[in-house]
Write a protein that binds this ligand. Structure first.
Ligand code: ADP
Ligand code: MG
Length: 466
């Protein structure tokens, strides 16, 4: 049987660092140390510096630890923890917090604050770095995000905290963090004297808990209350953590009372957040709340265009169209797909084509065997040609609506098992001869007209792989 050794432990550490990110790793996993003499064939023994760290790790990262260890060794392994305070100056040991204390924000006794470095709670350390790509200039606006963009810009430009707090909410990967960083960059550049603190709520929680553990809550409070602009990203992670929420609420109130700007993001509106105290919920709504929606097709195409240009590649129209059509609800995924294509093209030295895209992004394109309906073909085709959906059913004969209608009928014939009478009926109760005529017309036209043939191929692709 394979024995778990220190070099396995190093691999585990690396894996977890990659998986969970530096902040989580440094805060919670780095303090663990491997204890070979107490490790058995089925159980890995780890030392933790405090009961608090142990409880936190067990609650949040136990599965990550056991899974990583087990898969490395190739059999199920358990993990056990032993609390061994690090050898340190007496004050430090004394500063350990018992778990019971964590649920409260009881004032800290001055005595506990006496250790030599306790006054130097570092604000800079508290924040997260800003991504240099996340600027207003790099943000593509369109239906869905333009209002949030305008609000973010307006607030970043004004000095008087007229909208306080500013809460930006919306689904994953829609640009909330991007806009928040853009605001931070803008303020830093234009108002260098204003102190901006940008922090993820995970880090906020961690900092707060650490301040409790080290009995430095006063420093914590002071640090957070001394900024001019406080930005906390993804505040939904604070919900449900009572003590932190309480502390957050006080910080938040204090800053707002001092007319300091508070900027927050969340994945839902305050009304939809569970585990948020009512007074916090209502206070969140006092300022300006905007929702960032999924961008429409046109905006997604523009984003792809911009990102491709940033990468210095040219993305063929048909590939862009299919990507933007398939990946509609998360810009991060859209970017991820583009990155995959570009990396592949780079590696192989071939241009990006629809075929390579389809091969490479099978998971996204995966043609399903589900039944395609007349309605969805009508929706896609009218979207594509930018005509109103109801034109599929009207009797209007003008070319700009009649042609798309015929294309839709043609696609129904190709992609479904509907009969001509069915098709006629599905398009505003037309006669079956009209449906037949439409299909023949498109066949004939497409044979001679490359643009039409391409449109049809693209539409077919979009419909059959959605
Ligand atoms: P969220 O915080 O809402 O989950 P992010 O701000 O992290 O999303 O955005 C995910 C990715 O998508 C980032 O790389 C971001 O630059 C990009 N992105 C999102 N919206 C836009 C946009 N309108 N223009 C350019 N890039 C965008
Ligand atoms: Mg984010």
């Amino acid at each position: 049987m394979q024995q778990f050794t220190i070099s396995h432990w190093q691999d585990v550490q690396q894996d977890l660092k990659d998986k969970l990110g530096d902040v989580v790793y440094d805060s919670w996993l780095q303090p663990l140390s491997f204890c070979p003499d107490k490790t058995t064939e089925s159980e890995v023994s780890l030392r933790v510096p405090t009961r608090f760290v142990r409880d936190w790790v067990v609650r949040h990262y136990n599965d990550d630890l056991t899974n990583t260890i087990s898969s490395l060794i190739g059999k199920p392994m358990a993990v056990k923890f032993e609390i061994v305070a690090p050898v340190a100056k007496p004050e430090t040991v004394q500063a350990e917090v018992k778990p019971e204390q964590i649920a409260t924000t009881a004032p800290v006794t001055p005595k506990a604050n006496k250790s030599a470095d306790s006054a130097s709670y570092r604000l800079l350390e508290a924040g997260n770095p800003l991504d240099p790509r996340f600027t207003f200039d790099n943000f593509v606006t369109g239906k869905g995000n333009e209002f949030s963009y305008a609000a973010a810009k307006r607030i970043a430009e004004s000095e008087d905290a007229a909208y306080n707090p500013f809460l930006l909410y919306g689904g994953v990967g829609l640009g909330k963090t991007h806009l928040m960083h853009a605001m931070a960059w803008h303020i830093r550049e234009n108002y260098p004297e204003r102190r901006v603190l940008y922090i993820s709520s995970e880090k906020f929680v961690y900092q707060f808990i650490r301040s409790l553990r080290d009995k430095k809550t006063m420093d914590f409070k002071e640090a957070f209350r001394s900024v001019d602009v406080l930005m906390i990203d993804d505040i939904q992670f604070i919900a449900g953590k009572e003590a932190t929420q309480e502390e957050f609420f006080h910080t938040f109130n204090a800053l707002i009372d001092m007319r300091k700007q508070v900027i927050l993001t969340a994945d839902k509106s305050p009304h939809e957040m569970d585990n948020v105290e009512d007074r916090l919920r209502s206070r969140l709504g006092w300022g300006l709340t905007t929702e960032i929606h999924k961008p429409d097709l046109e905006t997604r195409l523009a984003i792809l265009d911009t990102k491709a240009a940033e990468l210095g590649v040219e993305l063929p129209k048909d590939v862009a169209m299919v990507l933007a059509d398939k990946i509609s609800s998360n810009i991060r995924e859209l970017e991820g797909a583009l990155n995959r294509l570009v990396a592949h093209a780079d590696l192989i030295g071939c241009p990006i084509t629809l075929e390579t895209a389809q091969n490479l992004l099978k998971d996204i394109f995966q043609a399903s065997n589900r039944l395609i309906t007349i309605e969805e073909i009508q929706v896609k085709v009218s979207d594509y040609y930018r005509i109103k959906l109801h034109e599929m059913h009207t009797a209007r004969r003008s070319r700009d609506v009649a042609r798309p209608r015929q294309v839709a009928m043609y696609l129904v014939k190709r992609l479904t098992s509907k009969s001509f009478p069915d098709i006629g009926k599905g398009f505003g109760g037309r006669d079956h001869t009209t449906a037949m005529h439409a299909v023949r017309t498109i066949e004939k036209l497409a044979a001679a007209d490359k643009t039409l043939a391409d449109d049809i191929k693209l539409l077919e692709n979009m419909i059959s792989s959605s």
